[in-house]
Design a protein around this ligand. Sequence first.
Ligand SMILES: [Zn+2]
Length: 413
Amino acid sequence: MERIFDQELEDRLVRYAAIDSQSDETSTATPSTAIQFGMLNLLVAELQEIGAEEVVLTEYGVVLATIPATGTGPAIGFLAHVDTAPQFNATGVKPRVIKGYDGGDITYPDNPALVLSPRKSPYLASKKGDDLITASGLTLLGADDKAGVAIVMTLARHLLASPGIKHPKIRLAFTPDEEIGRGVGEQLPKDLGVDFAYTLDGGDAGEIVYESFSADRAVVTVKGVSIHPGWAKEKMVNAAHLAAKIVQTLPQATMTPETTDGREGFIHITDMNGGSSEMEIKLILRDFELDGLTAKGDLLKKVCEAVQASEPRAEIACEIIPQYRNMRYWLENDMTPVELALAACKAHGIEPISAPIRGGTDGSRLTEFGVPTPNIFTGMQNVHGPLEWISVQDMAKATEVCLTLVQLAAEQR
Ligand SMILES: [Zn+2]
């Protein structure tokens, strides 16, 4: 592979990663944090500069742009998210480039205790000789998903500068708030206006993911009977004890995130708040199949009913709220977007990996709304923490794969 994209990808990721654009799930604003406008406005300016058309920042905080068709074929979207994960410090990111990685332990200038070792990561060991980008030890890097942004921008810049390359109409979307599950609103599929799309938000080189969890969340509320503890005999019903009973009755040695992998689903308690008069338990339910997801919701309801039956004076309610669905249900009807991505990988000698993802992406929601959207690798590793890193050459592979993909799509008609 020629190394024509390496320097541009490195420069872009270093530049984007230094901008704090962390999302915040406790905020009700759109985007959830005003700092995300730093990335969104920068991308508007850069897209205009490279000659993209119809560049807009929508009122729901998504940057959209068009690369006009130079050939025929289905309209294709490319998406990346501008926010970084709320789970770890993302303020003051100092990206660092390690040119020609020597294959040894990686240490961090701002945190001497931190070590990234190839002995614990075969993938890192396989990247000897690559140019790696890390943070400095105190923050995440935010390659999730600034790497995706860098890849989509590099692809766009290259296509706009190379009118000889035949490709269909391409639409770009840079979304906020993916990390808090609010990247895709109902308006986006219409405004995007494509036959299918891809998110650039995956890990290892070769990952082409078209199966995600199906996901619901649940809120259990337990209302007890509140009485002064001094006169409580045979009157008080303590909500905390009942909530504890529910938690204790739910599966613990199976069906939790920490006891499952592969295709197994789980019930996960994310929050528990309250006091003796009222308690609230928040949970997430995950499974790859809808009947498995329903079974997990039913189990939770049964546990709540059993605890309710043990104390009729309490009021226990269990609400189950749909989140997103496995994109495979839609993609199975037309595998064209997946097959194009697989063919583009193989054209570059990259063995595609299509393991189901134990999570969701912006693509899960888009697919459900009628825009089939598999997820393509970027190379990002150890995301959401201080050991996050990425190989510039993996990002270049992703860029090449997308470039080949749009040309294959043009040859389809
Ligand atoms: Zn991501």
